[in-house]
Design a protein around this ligand. Sequence first.
Ligand SMILES: [Zn+2]
Length: 216
Amino acid sequence: MSWASRAAANIFPLSREKDNLAIALREWRYTGDYNDLEAPIETCKLCDHPDIRYQFEIQNLHTAETLLVGSECINRFNIAATDEEGRTLDADGTRKKLAKDRRKLVDDARRRRLVKALVALAHADKEFNIHSFIDYLQKRDAFTPYQVTTLMWRFEKHGIDHNPKDFKITIKRGREKAQLVKMSDWQLRRLLPCLSTGQRDYLHREGLHPSEQGNA
Ligand SMILES: [Zn+2]
């Protein structure tokens, strides 16, 4: 069965139109509700595609039925989104809204993993002051270079599960740039997985290029 025939089989029972897929699809809108299952464990309820982690809700304008589907399906089948006032968006507006919602889901998941690692560290390490780190995270959504080297060192010492890529570094201010310049090779190596491409370029321009080798 093709994805179109699978979609037809799934939505005709929930739509007013029972015969023409394109017409039936026009009855549906992306509602702006979405959900993170935290693992790719569901199927798309429109095309039956497996391994869906992020679910997006579509709703039929006539029957009020809803389906949780993958974001790609909304784009592929040209299902229009609605804005906060319930107005239907055009194709470009829909794509932008969907991409924005998807980015938010991914970023929220990153922050949850990050806070979980901080809490685990606070339990294992009595000297670790979690409050200053949470404060910083809330104010700037990123940490200073020193904060991140401290964190990575403490995570490693206490065997705390973490993903270095979840920790963003800010080097916008002069004193944050100054921290980088003063760092030793091993400290910079610890930071590398957390740096953005632009930040790596900055290091390179400043003549700071730690080798990634030996970064256990
Ligand atoms: Zn799908």
